[in-house]
Write a protein that binds this ligand. Structure first.
Ligand SMILES: *[C@@H]1O[C@H](CO)[C@@H](O)[C@H](O)[C@H]1NC(C)=O
Ligand SMILES: *[C@@H]1O[C@H](CO)[C@@H](O)[C@H](O)[C@H]1NC(C)=O
Ligand SMILES: *[C@@H]1O[C@H](CO)[C@@H](O)[C@H](O)[C@H]1NC(C)=O
Ligand SMILES: *[C@@H]1O[C@H](CO)[C@@H](O)[C@H](O)[C@H]1NC(C)=O
Ligand SMILES: *[C@@H]1O[C@H](CO)[C@@H](O)[C@H](O)[C@H]1NC(C)=O
Ligand SMILES: *[C@@H]1O[C@H](CO)[C@@H](O)[C@H](O)[C@H]1NC(C)=O
Ligand SMILES: *[C@@H]1O[C@H](CO)[C@@H](O)[C@H](O)[C@H]1NC(C)=O
Ligand SMILES: *[C@@H]1O[C@H](CO)[C@@H](O)[C@H](O)[C@H]1NC(C)=O
Ligand SMILES: *[C@@H]1O[C@H](CO)[C@@H](O)[C@H](O)[C@H]1NC(C)=O
Length: 664
């Protein structure tokens, strides 16, 4: 029955359609060792039957928004903002031409999200990455996580269905019972083929489970196949949790880690198949060790010539009790307000300011390589709410202000609440499309806030008497005030908590008008009805990676003689004010929403020249330009089309992943 959907012309592909797995795989953070035994083998990876209604990624929990704060912040305030960057103290470093938010994808999930091999890429994934890349430049993707530690290269194709990454059956040697990931050469071609279509670059990780027998294939092939699209190789993932996870003996500490990194460096330096010797990323600690514990070993002075970046990983909370029965119960409704004020991002970044400053001293970028609302899957009602979108946006801007160079939102499986995007469950994938998580919008908005000039610097303004409910930021491009970001965390249907921010430019004059894009929803609790400048990616199971609805950029006239622009901001809501653009600058961004394809027969052709030229910023149509008629779509799958040299087809495959097929 599944094969009927793909049907006639594609018998050549049937090979790829065998062995449909009616299970979904569960991925999450590993709970601590002692708690694993209590919970009878809590694991980071396990299989459960697919049951849409109960899968976390599709959860419909809606919490109550927190009450209006008392006292409420002022609903009318003025921000006097310097015209040029040289008049600002405490401005951030200039942010690069890469998008600030990227994505961290668990290694065992890669084929589900990216596509099963280099010939089968998920077009919806490509569309989503293109949305970000076009606004904010190259998208950083970290392919790794707990599953990178045991990952092993094998030469032959591992799976009759053409998957370039497979999983070993559970390994009793492995204390966390995470099945080892096995990958072949095609994984690197999958990455590089994606990079050739959309501006995406990769962080990979060197397995650290066995430091006497390093498995460096990931570095050797990563460097040779990905070239400049390899951003760095993690030397360890959360080494501060190795003892808790049973991967190192008691007593393993930052000095032990330093020793292992030195051993790794000497092995890399002796490996002629790794031509680039300075691409390691350390220490990726999760917060159990302060980064200072690692810096204090002297690792930076000793190893800096082998390092391309410094990084940490961190989650502000965990939901391990609900997931694994460990730790203590956390009530989502009770902690929802923790995500709905400016203090959260500020205090999360505070602990890393010394380290981002040290990174500048050593002239290396500092990344948040893995983050999200909460580990062990996030929280129902919080992680995919509009409130979380505001939180991730504020936190991301705060990281940028604190001189992080980028952060990667973690993508888990079907059983987490926090995914920025989720592939449909296997047995529903012929009729369901992807689901977008609210924090994807945060990545989209930040990309637009920083743009692609490579000169964006950001300042936390602290206006409105420093109200934690109405944070604001200014952004400079090429040294000039270019954008202003305004938040309102309060939910108030009555409109009484909407505010007006009056902007006045210190050492300059406001333009005759400014343009404003709003990120809006009805309440901080909602999961649907989230719009960015009037456009949306759609509700669950309907996302094809293309923004829907007409773009709505609001023009606001300023009073140039009074040097003021008054910007209204909804409660809740977020406004991005553009000061230096003209209306025509938005026209290139307008037609993102092009022809969508119907979801039952997921077929459409793609013009390869569109793909080729859209690798970057300002192309205004992208990817799926399919017919909406079922009949002609089937026609698109004809053998003739498939055999056209170099043509690219989007294929509906019955197991659900829509794939891009490249035929040489
Ligand atoms: C998907 O499959 C699982 C069993 O593997 C089943 O419980 C679930 O109901 C299925 N979903 C649908 C919509 O049929
Ligand atoms: C905001 O400005 C608008 C337009 O001037 C005005 O109608 C509204 O009352 C103002 N709201 C507040 C809270 O000041
Ligand atoms: C490390 O992982 C590899 C691949 O899963 C496995 O073969 C090896 O035995 C592991 N080594 C240790 C020391 O756990
Ligand atoms: C995709 O990868 C294959 C290697 O498997 C390569 O031959 C092909 O040219 C690549 N396609 C693109 C568009 O890069
Ligand atoms: C910053 O980190 C360095 C290296 O660990 C340490 O020596 C120094 O005391 C720290 N400074 C602050 C202010 O924490
Ligand atoms: C604001 O957020 C912080 C950190 O998340 C939390 O500790 C605090 O309780 C929140 N404040 C209010 C008033 O909700
Ligand atoms: C970010 O770096 C700049 C340039 O070094 C510095 O002036 C600024 O104080 C730093 N910001 C923070 C919050 O540490
Ligand atoms: C101001 O911006 C210019 C252009 O981006 C840059 O070269 C300069 O370093 C910036 N100055 C400060 C103090 O940030
Ligand atoms: C979306 O917003 C509209 C108009 O505000 C409202 O009628 C509708 O119920 C909302 N839908 C959801 C799913 O929240």
């Amino acid at each position: 029955m599944r094969l009927n959907v793909l049907a006639p012309a594609c018998s050549a592909l049937l090979f790829f359609l065998q062995g449909v797995d009616a299970q979904v795989t569960v991925y999450g953070q590993i709970p601590l060792k002692e708690t694993i035994s209590q919970s009878n083998g809590g694991t980071s990876t396990a299989s459960v039957p697919a049951a849409t209604s109960t899968l976390a990624a599709y959860d419909d929990t809606v919490l109550n928004p927190p009450p209006i704060p008392d006292p409420a912040p002022s609903t009318a305030f003025t921000l006097s903002i310097p015209a040029v960057n040289t008049s600002v103290t405490g401005l951030s470093i200039a942010h690069s031409t890469d998008s600030f938010y990227g994505f961290s994808i668990e290694m065992s999930l890669l084929t589900e999200v990216l596509g099963r091999n280099s010939a089968y890429m998920q077009p919806i994934f490509l569309n989503l990455m293109a949305l970000i890349a076009r606004r904010g430049g190259r998208v950083r993707i970290r392919a790794g996580g707990n599953t990178q530690e045991f990952a092993t290269y094998e030469e032959e194709l591992l799976d009759a269905n053409g998957y370039c990454i497979t999983k070993q059956s559970a390994d009793s040697e492995n204390p966390t019972e995470t099945p080892a990931v096995i990958y072949n050469m095609d994984m690197f071609y999958l990455f590089s083929n994606i990079s050739s279509l959309v501006d995406v670059a990769w962080f990979l990780g060197i397995p650290f489970n066995d430091t006497s027998n390093w498995r460096l294939a990931i570095a050797e092939y990563g460097e040779s196949i990905l070239g400049d699209n390899l951003l760095g190789l993690q030397a360890a993932n959360e080494p501060d949790l190795y003892v808790d996870h049973g991967r190192r003996d008691e007593g393993y500490d930052a000095t032990s880690y330093f020793g292992e990194v030195q051993e790794l460096i000497s092995v890399i330096n002796a490996d002629v198949d790794i031509p680039i010797k300075n691409n390691l990323v350390i220490p990726s600690v999760s917060g159990q060790w302060a980064p200072e514990l690692v810096w204090d070993t002297g690792i930076l002075d000793a190893c800096i010539n082998s390092l391309s970046a410094l990084a940490v990983e961190h989650y502000p909370n965990n939901n391990c009790y609900a997931t694994y029965g460990t730790g203590s119960f956390v009530d989502p409704q009770t902690i929802f307000p923790d995500y709905l004020n400016h203090t959260s991002g500020v205090s999360l970044v505070q602990q890393y300011l010394n380290s981002t400053s040290i990174a500048q001293t050593y002239n290396r970028p500092f990344y948040m390589l893995e983050m999200n609302t909460a580990s062990c899957g996030g929280f129902p009602g919080i992680s995919d709410s509009f409130g979380a979108a505001l939180w991730a946006l504020d936190y991301g801007l705060q990281m940028a202000y604190g001189n992080f160079s980028g952060a990667m939102l973690h993508v888990g499986g079907q059983n987490v609440y926090y995914n920025p995007f989720t592939v449909p469950p296997t047995n529903e994938s012929t009729y369901h499309q992807w689901t977008i998580g609210s924090i994807f919008y945060s990545a989209l908005v930040i990309a637009e806030a920083f743009g692609t000039t490579g000169t964006s610097q950001i300042m936390d303004l602290g206006g409105n008497d420093g109200s934690i409910y109405t944070p604001q930021y200014s952004i400079y491009e090429n040294g000039n005030l270019a954008k202003i970001a305004l938040f309102n965390y309060i939910t108030d249907e009555s409109g009484a908590s909407d505010y007006n921010a009056t902007i006045t430019i210190d050492g300059g004059t406001v333009p005759a008008q400014v343009y404003v894009k709003y990120l809006l929803s009805d309440s901080v609790s909602t999961k649907n009805n989230i719009t960015w400048a009037g456009q949306t990616l759609g509700t669950k199971y309907t996302v094809d990676g293309i923004l829907k609805n007409d773009i709505n950029v609001v023009t606001i006239a300023c009073d140039t003689s009074a040097n003021t622009c008054t910007i209204p901001v909804n409660a809740p809501g977020f406004a991005l004010v553009f000061l230096t653009v003209t209306e025509s600058d938005f026209s290139g961004v307008t037609p993102f929403a092009t022809t969508a394809y119907t979801k039952t027969i997921n077929t459409a052709t793609v013009d390869p020249s569109v793909l080729a030229t859209s690798n970057g910023h300002s192309g205004d149509s992208f990817l799926v330009v399919g017919s909406t008629s079922k009949k002609s779509q089937s026609g698109a799958l004809g053998m003739n089309d498939m055999l056209k040299g170099g043509s690219v087809l989007l294929l509906a495959v019955a197991w659900g992943a829509i794939a891009v097929l490249f035929i040489r």
